[in-house]
Design a protein around this ligand. Structure first.
Ligand code: NAG
Ligand code: NAG
Length: 431
């Protein structure tokens, strides 16, 4: 990072904090609001796993435009818990519609997924994992994620929010990296969460580290006292205004969805995959990278206003391209190099996100996008992911100066300050 950039970043950060305290204005002068909530308590002892969905969690109510969602795991005193103690595999938040008249205690509900593209999977509105502390989720002006529209729920239903937190307590773990990669041998499980036998070919992934499983710990830690943790999350929003806020569609792409490449009509998102150790030949060529590529169709296009990749440890970069190969976003992981929460050595503590200059990065209706996810192949890793989260808005008439400012061949960002990079390989690794 250049010193200038750093200075600007600091200036921006402190400006935000101050402005917020005094009531920041965003989205054509509307008041930016912010509130911090705690999830229900998550009980974890050394080696244990919690992966629960919580219904009707605390969330801003009303017809709103969400502007950001930041979360982190904290202990009962509110102190941030580092990833080497509690690995945050992922958290997800999603709205749903619940029947306002309850029948028999069970909440009757209807799903309310995002715009796609994985069918019933990855339907969340926001979701990140270990990288959550250092990943920007800010939805740039004049855009916002529209929620709480009173007209939207079906008759007799109202909008509520669900939260999923998948956390793995790796204190005293026999093999900390193996536990976070959900290696089946370390969890000593033979059946998955639904009681189905785990195939011999499945070495690791979420089928082996589901709720209530235990990862092997060093002798002496076995048992261990449970402790209560929480996901502390801060939501920022504006009151909705048709005039001042432009709604965005949320899409989540998954590099494991090979349906289109195989000529199938329904998506087949497997959510995770295994990276094999690279061959001695590729190691000798100094080319020990696992490159995974797929194509997925975006049903409805528009302006890309924000994009970010999701990778696990071992990830070295993700990119998203249009049908002609043009770069839509390049998102790379940041690794920590210390002990403290937010900077844990060996963990992905952040993903860079893309803020294209408004109106300069467009996708067509039905365009087949290419997703690239690279991991180092220095050793085998199970349960890795390669997702891309993008926000797309209907095309807007933008003031002319904004449109002319930058050549469209470069990748530009408007956050935290306007800046551009020209990626080195735009011309077709894929063609
Ligand atoms: C692994 O599971 C088997 C059967 O479920 C059990 O008998 C064995 O003791 C377990 N091993 C460890 C190390 O917990
Ligand atoms: C992925 O790896 C390929 C091959 O080494 C490289 O050309 C490409 O730039 C990489 N992309 C990302 C996003 O890291």
């Amino acid at each position: 990072m250049s010193p200038l950039f750093l200075v600007l970043l600091i200036t921006f950060t402190s400006a935000t904090t101050q402005a917020l305290a005094g009531g920041a204005r965003s989205g054509h002068g509307r008041l930016l609001k912010s509130r911090t909530y705690l999830s229900p308590p998550i009980s974890l002892r050394p080696g244990s796993v919690s992966n629960k969905w919580y219904s009707d969690v605390a969330f801003p109510r009303g017809h709103l435009a969400l502007k950001s969602f930041n979360g982190e795991v904290v202990d009962a005193r509110g102190a941030p818990v580092p990833l080497h103690e509690t690995y945050l595999h992922h958290w997800l938040v999603a709205p749903y519609y619940a029947a306002t008249t309850s029948g028999g205690g069970e909440e009757r509900r209807r799903q309310r997924p995002n715009a796609g593209v994985c069918g019933g999977l990855l339907g969340q509105y926001f979701g990140l994992g270990a990288e959550t502390r250092r990943t920007a989720t800010w939805v740039p002006d004049p855009y916002g994620v529209e929620i709480g529209n009173p007209e939207a729920p079906p008759e007799g239903y109202e909008e509520r929010w669900s939260l999923n937190v998948h956390a793995i307590d790796t204190r005293g773990a026999a093999d900390r990296a193996g536990c976070t990669e959900c290696r089946c041998d370390l969890y000593n499980v033979t059946v998955d969460e639904d009681g189905r036998r785990i195939g011999a070919g499945y070495a690791g992934g979420t089928h082996c580290c589901y709720d209530q499983t235990r990862c092997a710990v060093e002798g002496g830690f076995g048992g261990g006292e449970p402790r209560e943790l929480f996901l502390r999350y801060t939501v920022m929003w504006l009151d909705w205004s048709d005039a001042a806020v432009v709604p965005v569609m949320i899409y989540i792409l998954d590099v494991t969805d090979t349906a289109l490449l195989e000529g199938k009509s329904e998506p087949e998102c497997k959510l995770e995959y295994t990276v094999e150790e690279c061959s001695p030949e590729s190691r000798a060529r100094n080319d020990c990278v696992d490159v995974k590529v797929t194509k997925e169709v975006l049903p409805r296009g528009g302006d890309v206003v924000y994009a970010v990749g999701h990778q696990h440890a071992g990830g070295v970069g993700t990119s998203l391209h249009g049908e002609d190969g043009r770069l839509l976003c390049w998102s790379t992981p940041t690794y920590g190099d210390g002990e403290e929460a937010g900077n844990e050595a060996g963990y992905v503590v952040g993903m860079s996100s893309c803020y294209p200059e408004p109106g300069t990065v467009k996708v067509r209706d039905g365009e087949a996008l290419t997703v690239v996810s690279n991991y180092t192949g220095e050793r085998r890793r199970t349960g890795v992911m390669g997702h891309f989260y993008i926000l797309v808005a209907d095309e807007q008439e933008l003031p002319a100066p904004t449109k002319q400012q930058r050549p469209s061949s470069s990748l530009c960002f408007s956050f935290p300050v306007p800046w551009c990079v020209v990626p080195p390989w735009v011309s077709g690794y894929l063609q």
